[in-house]
Ligand binder design. Sequence first.
Ligand SMILES: [Zn+2]
Ligand SMILES: [Zn+2]
Length: 378
Amino acid sequence: MQVKDYYKILGVDEKADAKQIKSSYRNLAKKFHPDANPGDSTAEDRFKEISEAYDVLGDEKKRRQYDQMKKYGGFAGRPGGAGFDFSGFDFSGFTGGGPGFRGGSGRVHGNSSSLFGDLGSIFSQFFDMGSAGAGPFKQSARGADTRVSLTIPFELSITGGKTSFTVGKEKTCTVCEGGGAKPGSTVETCSVCGGRGTVVVGQGGFGVSRPCSACFGRGEIVKNPCDRCHGSGRVEGKRTYTIRIPAGIESGKQIRLKGEGRPGEAHRPAGDMLVTVSVTPHRFFSRRGHHVTCEVKLSLKQAMRGSKVKVNTVHGNKVVLTIPPGTRDGSVLRIAGMGVHGKGADGDQLVTVKIKMPAHPSKEDQELIDEYERNDGQ
Ligand SMILES: [Zn+2]
Ligand SMILES: [Zn+2]
C-alpha cells in the first residue's frame, strides 16, 4: 500500500505554505472541473483527487496529521512488521466534507459511526487501496494469532536446541492464484465502485473514500468461484517450522513466532503463532531447578566397597561415576555440568543412590549387612 501523495497531486512542495496550496488548488480545480470537461471521466477523477488532496492539505490540522502519517507510509508491506499504531492521532476532523464539490455516486454500506469504521475510512483515504490490489477489506489491525502446542522430549528441554514441527497453515490457492475465480471464467468489474475497490462517501460536500462493501475492496465480482478454494482464494496447506528451544524451558512456556499467524486482511500484517511447549516426562530423569535428577540402584557390595558405574546424562553421553566406599542408601552424588546450561544457569546432575538389599543374603552379604548396620549406628 502506498500513501497518496497529496503534495504531488496539488503540484506543490512539501514545504509550501497555505497560500501556495490554495492557489495551486484553485488553478487545478478550474482546469479539471467536470463542468469544464463534460463527459471526461479522467478529468473528473483528477478533480476528485485534487479536491481530496486540498481537503487535507488546506486544513492545518489535517495536514499536520497527514504529514505524520506519511512519514510512516510503506509499513504495510513489511512482512511480520509491527502494526501501525493509531493511538497518537486524532481523526475526528476527517469525516466531514471539503470544498464544494458534490462527488461520489457509489452506494455505501456499513456503520460509519464506529471507531473502526472511521479509522478504516481514514486508512483508505490516505492509503491508495485501489492501486495496491487490496484484498477483502476488514477493519482489524492485523491477522489473528494462532496457537499451537508442541511436545518436546525431556532431554531437549534441558539442553535446548533446534526442533521441527508441521502445522496446517492457510496458503494462497494455486488454482486461482488467490483471486477466487475459476480459471478461464470471466470476472466482472464491480459496478458499485467501478473496479476501484473504494467508494466515495459524500455528506453535503466532498467526502472521503472507503472500501467498497459490494466487492470487499477487490474491485471485481467473482461469478464462477474457484472449485478448489470456493472463491476464498485461500486453501489449507501445511508448513514445517524449525525453531530453537531455549535450554531449560519448562512445560507451559510459550514461544512466539512473529508474523506466522493468520494472514492480515487487505495487506495488513499477519498475526503471530504462539507455540506452547509441553515437556514429555522421562522415565529416568527428573528436574529440580537447573539440576537434572536421577536414581541409580547399586548392590550392597558396590555401595560398601566402592565402585565405578556408568550413568546416562541428558547431554547424550555416559559419565563414569565413582561410588566412594561406605556410600549410604539415599546419598546424593553430583555429576558437574550435566544439568541446564545457559543464561545464568549452571546445573548439575544429582544422582541419588538406592541400595538393593539382598533378599537371601550369602555369608559375604551378611558381613556387609552387619558392617552397614554398624555404620548406621554411628
Ligand atoms: Zn482458488
Ligand atoms: Zn466494488
